[in-house]
Design a binder for this molecule. Structure first.
Ligand code: TMP
Length: 207
């Protein structure tokens, strides 16, 4: 979607847990606010009361990959209609922690759900809406594992998956970035956190 003037911008953050996405989200929000932008920070799955309930189910209940995909898109359709589109129309810049690229990477690349199914659901859940810019925090599996272990919280249903699963997720993400280099900007998440903010600024230039 080309962002018309007056309308806000839709920015998504992607990557494996432990690659730094959530740490840097606050930095990006603060820097946009300092430029005078109205900013809405939200996340997926989640962002509305219904979508947060669906998030609890998806992160905790054992289920097959297609059920998981359908619940994630139910949450997404509600979030887009009630929160994301109204905010963009009010002129806010929406910073969303994960969006459909996560489904293509985790359910598609990680679990083998057909990409055509995911893309068809995306066309129904958010017709015509695609992020104006996506920051993909990328780092080797070992780096993200170490960070999660040091954080010391119990893994959710995704964080406990195998090495092969995460290799599939990372490959899918990198494939998406190669296919859409203008929208998806790769951020080296293995760098120390203090080295990342200048990379973020460059990745958001021109919006
Ligand atoms: P978070 O820890 O970044 O909030 O994300 C929660 C988990 O949900 C994370 O392990 C990735 C997973 N997830 C998917 O598998 N597919 C999706 O479409 C989304 C949005 C998240």
């Amino acid at each position: 979607m080309a962002a018309a003037s007056g309308r806000g911008r839709f920015i998504t953050l992607e990557g494996m847990d432990g690659a730094g996405k959530s740490t840097h989200l606050a930095t990006i929000a603060a820097s946009l606010r300092a430029q005078g932008r109205r900013v809405l920070v939200t996340r997926e799955p989640g962002g509305t009361p219904l979508a947060e309930k669906l998030r609890q189910l998806v992160l905790a209940e054992p289920m097959d990959a297609v059920s998981e995909t359908l619940l994630i898109f139910a949450a997404r359709a509600d979030h887009v209609a009630r929160v994301i589109l109204p905010a963009l129309e009010r002129g806010a810049w929406v910073l969303c922690d994960r969006f459909t690229d996560s489904t293509l990477a985790y359910q598609g690349g990680g679990k083998g759900v057909p990409t055509e199914l995911i893309r068809a659901l995306a066309r129904q859940a958010h017709p015509g809406l695609s992020p104006d810019r996506t920051l993909l925090f990328d780092c080797p599996y070992e780096v993200s594992r170490d960070r999660l272990q040091r954080a010391g919280r119990p893994p959710d249903r995704f964080e406990g998956q195998s090495r092969a699963f995460f290799d599939g997720v990372r490959d899918a993400y990198r494939g998406l970035a190669a296919a859409e280099p203008d929208r998806i900007r790769l951020i080296d998440g293995s760098r120390p956190p203090e080295a990342v903010p200048p990379l973020l600024e460059a990745a958001l230039a021109g919006l």
